[in-house]
Write a protein that binds this ligand. Structure first.
Ligand code: ZN
Length: 191
């Protein structure tokens, strides 16, 4: 009788251990699968950095106004699609001093880098030059002035204006609305 009880207890322990091991291995294989899939995505895109760049909307040029109106926050829509200007000292990035990259808030295209950002005292994020070739210029004759408007080349979003009174070596001041930007902090950098 005693032997049978011990045997039953032993069997119970063995069964529990076996199902625990099974569950653990199932969880592990699920996890491994996820890692393998992630690796595949990264390899296809050519590494982690490109995986981020792959988020750029390549169809952005062909998107309709109703698409943007539905997708964007009303304030962002007003600035980027109707060329409104946010009030100075109100945007989220005019006083941002963190290192990183500024991307288009509409399509994800890389536009500016924190290394080129300077404090202009204007209350808008200001840069001495764009990063890459994704910032385009066009003449803006609104409000009785002639200014150079800057837009995102990839999606046509209004970004702000560029002036030739910049204090740095480029002589340029890209005066940009925070609403047109999305900031990607790079903690591995100092500036
Ligand atoms: Zn864009």
């Amino acid at each position: 009788m005693k032997t049978r009880k011990v045997f039953s207890a032993l069997m119970l322990i063995l069964t529990c251990t076996a199902s625990f091991n099974f569950a653990a291995s199932a969880a592990l294989s699920k996890n491994e699968k996820a890692i393998a899939q992630k690796k595949e995505v990264e390899t296809k895109a050519g590494g982690a950095k490109n995986a981020i760049e792959a988020k750029v909307d390549n169809q952005a040029k062909n998107r309709s106004d109703s698409y943007w109106k539905k997708k964007l926050d009303p304030k962002v829509y007003e600035v980027t699609r109707c060329s409104a200007t946010e009030a100075p000292f109100t945007g989220k990035y005019w006083d941002n001093h963190k290192p990183g990259e500024y991307k288009c808030s509409n399509c994800g295209e890389l536009l500016f880098d924190s290394r080129d950002k300077f404090d202009s005292g204007s209350g808008w994020p200001s840069f001495s030059k764009p990063t890459g070739a994704s910032v385009d210029k066009k003449v803006d004759k609104s409000h009785g002035m002639v200014r150079d408007e800057v837009i995102c080349k990839n999606c046509g979003a209004h970004l702000g204006h560029v002036f030739n009174d910049g204090p740095t070596a480029t002589g340029m001041r890209y005066c940009i609305n925070s609403a047109s930007l999305d900031f990607d902090e790079d903690k591995s950098r100092k500036k």
